[in-house]
Design a protein around this ligand. Structure first.
Ligand code: F6P
Ligand code: MN
Length: 334
């Protein structure tokens, strides 16, 4: 064991404070988010007994049926994020509008964007799901507390992370100084550092895409996938493997562990909505994490983090992971 093995989340974050000046307010907030994630993990694991794996009668602003656990997870995020006096506003996949927690939003205040339970269609199947979050620190006070005021590009994030509820519960976080993964030690109430300095290799031979949408793909995507499938005799000169969990948190976690590329491109069917996944609380936080791990994240045409959001629940095409693959897809688009 080195001295950094199995540091508690708090010990690790205090090291980030000493080494990189990460704010103590952010550390307290992240501890609260970690508590929300541990609680959500517990609620998922007991969901079959509580009868909460299934759907409610409601749909969210996306027009998607809400699961009982979507609502429970959202409540946990709301409860635990409201504890920090610097949090000015919350934006959730499950809420139509911004929730303002303060009368005024000052420079230095935080906006938190979250998808409380991503991949929740997997719940009844006992397949991995996750929570995603993103934190922006305001550089200037906001003059008006409107939904438009929080349409801030992903490059302004100071922190992003996710919790993966799989065979174990992971918490993966970046504060802009690399990516570190923690595992919940069941029964201890602690996340311990188990995957320090996670990185995405530049090259890979594994891709993830929902191939059932092939007939809707744009030509650059069809070309890219066809070339992967052509294997050693094709232009790529190597064999590719495919995975599709239908849970972005699990796909990103795999890519941070062994490389790969994940795509949910804009296509002819979802183009009128801009794509499938949501910019502010799905693709931006994952893009920040992937870049911090040495990978790339693109809309297909350009860097995800440079996109100026135009809508709270804006959808967008995404390709992220090993940099050589992301560059290749982008080159096919140009
Ligand atoms: O929230 C979106 C999401 O559940 C992602 O986690 C996942 O990558 C995607 O949708 C799965 O989409 P599909 O249902 O098309 O496989
Ligand atoms: Mn989601």
């Amino acid at each position: 064991m080195t001295k950094d093995d199995h540091l508690t989340f708090r010990q690790f974050m205090l090291k980030e404070y000493r080494e990189h000046g990460v704010s103590k307010d952010l550390i307290f907030l992240l501890e609260d988010i970690a508590t929300a994630c541990r609680t959500i993990s517990h609620k998922i694991r007991s969901g079959a007994f509580a009868g909460t794996l299934g759907a409610t009668d409601d749909t969210n602003v996306q027009g998607e049926t809400q699961k009982e656990l979507d609502v429970i997870a959202n409540d946990q995020f709301m409860l635990h994020c409201a504890n920090c006096s610097r949090v000015a506003a919350l934006v959730s996949e499950e809420l139509d509008n911004v929730i303002w927690l303060k009368d005024k939003a000052e420079a230095g205040d935080y906006i938190i964007y979250f998808d409380p339970l991503d991949g929740s269609s997997n719940l009844e199947l006992n397949i991995s799901v996750g929570s995603i979050f993103s934190i922006v620190e305001l550089k200037e006070p906001l003059t008006e507390l409107t939904d438009e005021a929080v349409l801030i590009p992903g490059s302004e994030q100071i922190c992003a992370g996710y919790s993966l509820y799989g065979p174990s519960t992971s918490l993966v976080v970046t504060t802009g100084h690399g990516v570190n993964g923690f595992t919940h030690l069941a029964g201890s109430g602690e996340f311990l550092l188990t995957f320090p300095n996670m990185t995405v290799p530049a090259a890979t031979n594994e891709f993830a895409i929902n191939a059932s949408r092939q007939k809707f793909w744009e030509p650059p995507v069809t070309r890219y996938i066809d070339e992967c499938l052509a294997g050693p005799d094709g232009p790529r000169g190597k064999k590719f493997n495919m995975r599709w969990v239908a849970s972005m948190v699990a796909e990103v976690h795999r890519i941070l562990t062994r490389g790969g590329v994940f795509m949910y491109p804009r296509d002819s069917e979802n183009a009128s909505m801009g794509g499938r996944l949501r910019l502010l609380y799905e693709t931006n936080p994952m893009a920040f994490i992937i870049e911090q791990a040495g990978g790339k994240a693109s809309t297909g045409e350009g860097r995800m983090l440079d996109v100026q959001p135009t809508d709270l629940h804006q959808r967008i095409g995404v390709v992220l992971g090993s940099s050589e693959e992301v560059d290749l897809v982008e080159s096919y688009h140009s």
